[in-house]
Ligand binder design. Structure first.
Ligand code: UD1
Ligand code: CA
Length: 463
């Protein structure tokens, strides 16, 4: 029987995630540290799912409660490893959770760059088992893989236990394996901790199977960075950067211009349409979707935001939970908050804040405005300094502005209030009553002119 007999053996992922991760110097369990916007371990779980694992066993220990809360899902079972005596001991804990024969994909929660393709390749060969290997220029503290004459595995030696010659080997163990259950468990039962770290090494169990004459295929990674593990904050930074880089590469291949990839952050779930141009210093986060032919300038920060086609976001604009229709212009220095919903060809400019408001097609709000809980009709013009006074200290109220309305500069709209279609408000007005369609609403002190005032003051000061 081989590990690839998937007809008989269900494919189950076991993710090792109980370790303390001491070198991170953190309160947070290592595998929960976010990379590219999500906990490290989520990337591993996703890869396992994409590779057809219907069940995932997660080995938890250090920070178990937080880990359970963070990754609970119908296809995930948790097994506790307490105390944590090493990777071999960790996998051994999975035995009771796995009934009968299975094809195990054993993954490390701290190796998040693993791709589904790699996992498919691990289960493909008709060997007893397989492990992913990579040739790295800087193998650092990763386990070194020694190949047998027949090309399969001979054994793995941990960096801490390696001789100087063994440290010269640049083929590393990525910590990703396909192994048959229950067979692997009998090797785990026989492990000892006679090594530099005093741990029960999974790598020794794999070596023992090879020594027994079982064939373990060495599967080279197409992208050696998949082997990068996270033991330190520096490695966390490298892995984060690599995840972003991968996504930027895919976007560029699909027709997006990224002027300076090293200074552009696009999280992996973000979609960007072809012919969109991303200037340096753009951040696209969460579930953001950008249309085709958009231009995003320096400092555009978008989170969970949707842009239609042909939108321009000028420098230093912050958009969170917003929707912007096609051919609209936002910024510079605009802030769109959750529920901001802009139609077609809207222009929102300098220091304009919009929250929970619908701005219909062609609305213009060029300067220094606060628009909250408002419904603004097509082609309305919002002057500089307009404020919807939507909050009375207890409740939020709605402002309605009709189509084609002209709200004069510095108008305070004390909600609830309606400005009708084609209505106008005088600059500097405090509007507390509805303005009917086509009417002018003025609410301000009448100007007084005192003739000859300056000369009279001067004379007064002399005396
Ligand atoms: C391990 C491998 C090494 C490989 C590297 C790849 C062993 C002995 N060494 O080393 O050959 O190159 O991964 O990244 O397997 N864990 C537990 N329980 C434990 C100890 C660890 O669940 O008792 C988990 C950790 O949370 C981590 C994973 O197993 O997610 C790997 O453990 P870690 O201590 O980071 O192993 P490495 O020293 O990196
Ligand atoms: Ca590790």
């Amino acid at each position: 029987m081989t590990v690839s007999d998937s007809v008989i053996r269900p494919r189950i992922a076991v993710v090792l995630a109980a370790g303390r991760g001491t070198r991170m110097r953190s309160e947070l369990p290592k595998v929960l540290h976010p990379v590219a916007g999500r906990p490290m371990i989520s990337w591993v779980l996703d890869a396992a799912r994409a590779a057809g694992c219907r069940r995932i066993v997660v080995i938890v220990g250090h920070g178990a409660e937080r880990l359970r809360a963070a990754v609970a899902a119908p296809d995930v079972v948790f097994v506790t490893q307490e105390p944590q005596l090493g990777t071999g001991h960790a996998l051994a804990q999975a035995a009771p959770a796995i009934e009968g024969a299975a094809q195990l994909l054993v993954l490390s929660g701290d190796v998040p760059l693993v791709s589904p393709r790699t996992l498919e390749k691990l289960v493909a060969p008709s060997a007893w088992g397989a492990l992913a290997v990579a040739e790295l220029d800087r193998p650092e503290r990763l386990g070194r893989v020694l190949a047998a004459a027949h090309g399969g595995l001979e054994r793995i030696v941990e960096a801490a236990d390696a001789s100087p010659e063994e440290l010269e080997v640049r083929t590393v163990n990525a910590g990703l394996y396909a192994l048959p259950a229950p067979e692997i468990f009998s090797y785990l039962d026989r492990l000892d901790d006679h090594n530099a770290q005093g741990e029960l090494y999974l790598t020794d169990a794999v070596g023992a199977a090879a020594a027994d004459g079982e064939r373990l295929e060495l599967v080279p990674l197409d992208d050696p960075s998949e082997a990068w593990g996270v033991n330190t904050r520096r490695q966390l930074g490298e892995v984060h950067r690599r995840l972003l880089e991968r996504h930027l590469e895919a976007l560029m291949d699909a027709g997006v211009t990224v002027l300076d990839p090293a200074r552009t952050v696009v999280e992996p779930q973000v979609e960007v349409g072809a012919d969109t141009v991303l200037h340096p210093g753009v951040s696209l986060l969460g579930k953001t979707r950008v249309g085709r032919g958009c231009t995003l300038h320096q400092g555009a920060w978008l989170h969970d935001t949707e842009l239609g086609d042909g939108v321009t976001v000028k420098p230093y604009s912050v958009l969170d939970g917003a929707k912007v229709g096609p051919a609209s212009q936002v910024g510079p220095f605009s802030r769109l908050r959750p529920g901001a919903d802009l139609g077609h060809g809207v222009a929102v400019g300098n220091f304009v804040e919009v929250k929970n408001s619908r701005l219909a097609d062609g609305v213009k709000a060029g300067h220094l405005a606060y628009l909250g809980d408002a419904e603004i009709g097509p082609e309305a013009n919002i002057g500089a300094g307009v404020v919807t006074c939507n909050y009375d200290g207890q409740k939020k109220h709605k402002t309605k502005i009709g189509k084609g309305a002209f709200v004069g500069s510095d108008t305070m709209l004390v909600a609830p209030v309606t400005v009708g279609d084609d209505a106008v408000t005088g600059a500097g007005s405090v509007i507390t009553q509805d303005v009917p369609d086509g009417a002018l609403g003025v609410g301000r002190g009448r100007q007084r002119v005192i003739e000859d005032w300056a000369r009279r003051r001067a004379r007064h000061e002399e005396s």
